[in-house]
Design a protein around this ligand. Structure first.
Ligand code: FAD
Ligand code: NAD
Length: 401
């Protein structure tokens, strides 16, 4: 009898971890991993590449370097559609491939909420290409000031104040003094504005901890405008609503970090989704399709206590990957497996290289200790996805900067 065929789509946290778990379990199946690039990237560090504080090479590694080629076939291609009723996946270059079991782990895209001008006049931050584009955009505008003397070249707008925006602000405020020397612009003329729709900043933390983080950014020159939803992006202009009135902010650098949605492939393939995410069953499969697992940012796992989905994070994506590797191994040997349960370990956000803040195992951490925690989390994630060699090459051991 031929072996069952498992196809995993996406080599991010969720997909790569699934494949590594299948390798570890030594399942008797043909395993295929499809990813649009030949590299994996640690999405949790994209803000560093976007700000220019780390090169892309620091947060990427070749997918094939961490696969056991005797057990897994890697296909570098873009998934365009899942034909769920025919058990086939359509790839941009290689055409159709069939599966017996499918793991969809295609990750996130930028959420525009249909706001006019976002795609044309601002830059998203969702993968290596967009992160590098953010970096070039900021550097070019700052460099241009020497010729233009146009203050809009020194004006940076960050849209939204979620964790991605806060971590990006932490990095650019660290880098700007060095850039000012290199690119010859007056650093006191830099204007950084962060515009947030909700009235409270960092609401997931205690008021004291949130204020601690925001005050650091304010001291580094960031101006926060809150309770002010962005309504439109025009060329070099952010339009937001304040007290019922539309106001405009001029900035030549506009970074769009107002949240994410799951891959568009999910909707195109006819799954019952909201913002590219499917509410999955207790075993992470899709209702009526017991052979399809949906994990990572394309999935919504309900938190039974709050009756809301858990936030989409690398942390839950990795736990889902391990679970699905185990679940597939169990299915193939006709064993049952308990429902998936998420064990949140906490959250730490960085504000540049030397400050972190968050909650770890129920305790608040902040400052330099917080940054050490953050580096440990980055290293743990890297060893999980990339193994010890990758950790030694690309891990964070600069604790004493
Ligand atoms: P991804 O990591 O996005 O991986 C998806 C993979 O699929 C990628 O390799 C992509 O190239 C590939 N792919 C996409 N589309 C296609 C296609 N059509 N065909 C083929 N391949 C495709 N979470 C935390 O827990 N902690 C943090 O500190 C944290 N920090 C973050 C910082 C930033 C700046 C951002 C943006 C997010 C952060 N997150 C963090 C959230 C976290 O990055 C995501 O939840 C996580 O990446 C989701 O993992 P995933 O495997 O579902 O998707
Ligand atoms: P998010 O959804 O968490 O934050 C987006 C922010 O933009 C929100 O505060 C929202 O109110 C605001 N916003 C939305 N529309 C707006 C508008 N029109 N005008 C102004 N503001 C608007 O998104 P994110 O920060 O990209 O994070 C995505 C996911 O990744 C989350 O689950 C987050 O927890 C996770 N993440 C975690 C970390 C960490 O743990 N250190 C870091 C980054 C991201």
């Amino acid at each position: 009898m031929s072996q069952p065929k498992i196809v995993v789509l996406g080599a991010g946290y969720a997909g790569l971890k699934t494949v590594k778990q299948l390798q570890k379990k030594n399942v008797n199946a043909e395993i295929i991993l499809v990813n649009k690039n030949d590299y994996h990237y640690e999405s949790t560090q994209l803000h560093e590449v976007a700000a220019g504080t780390e090169p892309a090479g620091k947060i990427t590694f070749k997918v094939e370097d961490v696969l056991d080629k005797n057990k897994v076939t890697f296909i570098e291609d873009t998934v365009t559609l899942v034909k769920k009723d025919e058990k086939k996946v359509v790839l941009a270059k290689k055409g159709e491939i069939s599966y017996d079991y499918l793991v969809i782990a295609l990750g996130f895209e930028s959420e525009t909420f249909g706001i006019p001008g976002v795609n044309e006049f601002s830059k998203p931050l969702v993968d290596i290409k967009t992160a590098e584009s953010c970096r070039a955009y900021l550097d070019n505008n700052l460099a241009n000031y020497a010729k233009s003397k146009d203050e809009a070249d020194l004006s940076i707008a960050v849209c939204g104040a979620g964790f991605t925006s806060i971590e990006y602000l932490g990095e650019i405020t660290n880098r700007i003094p060095k850039l000012a020397e290199k690119l010859n612009f007056p650093k006191d003329k830099i204007k950084i504005t962060c515009i947030e729709a909700m009235p409270t900043l960092l609401p997931m933390f205690s008021e004291k901890l949130g204020t601690y983080g925001i005050d650091i950014l304010k001291k580094r020159g960031v101006n926060f405008i809150v309770g002010t939803p962005i309504k439109e992006i025009k060329e070099n202009t952010v339009v937001y609503e304040q007290d019922g009135e539309l106001k405009e902010l001029t900035a030549n650098t506009v970074i769009w970090t107002t949240g994410v949605r799951g891959s568009a492939v999910v909707g195109k393939s006819g799954f019952d989704e909201r913002r590219g995410r499917v509410v999955v069953q207790d075993d992470l499969t899709v209702a009526d399709y017991p052979e399809i697992f949906m994990i990572g940012d394309v999935s919504a796992v309900m938190d039974k206590e709050s009756n809301r989905p858990f936030p989409t994070t690398a942390q839950i994506a990795l736990q889902q990957g391990i679970y699905v590797g185990n679940a597939l191994a169990a299915k193939l040997s006709n064993q049952s497996i308990d429902a998936f349960t998420y064990k949140p370990l906490g959250t730490v956000a960085s504000i540049g290289n030397n400050v972190g803040l968050g909650n770890v195992m129920g305790k608040e951490v902040k400052g330099y200790i917080g940054s050490i925690m953050k580096k440990n989390i980055i290293n743990k994630s890297l060893v999980t996805t990339g193994g010890t060699k990758t950790l030694l090459k690309k891990g964070r051991f600069d604790y004493y900067h």
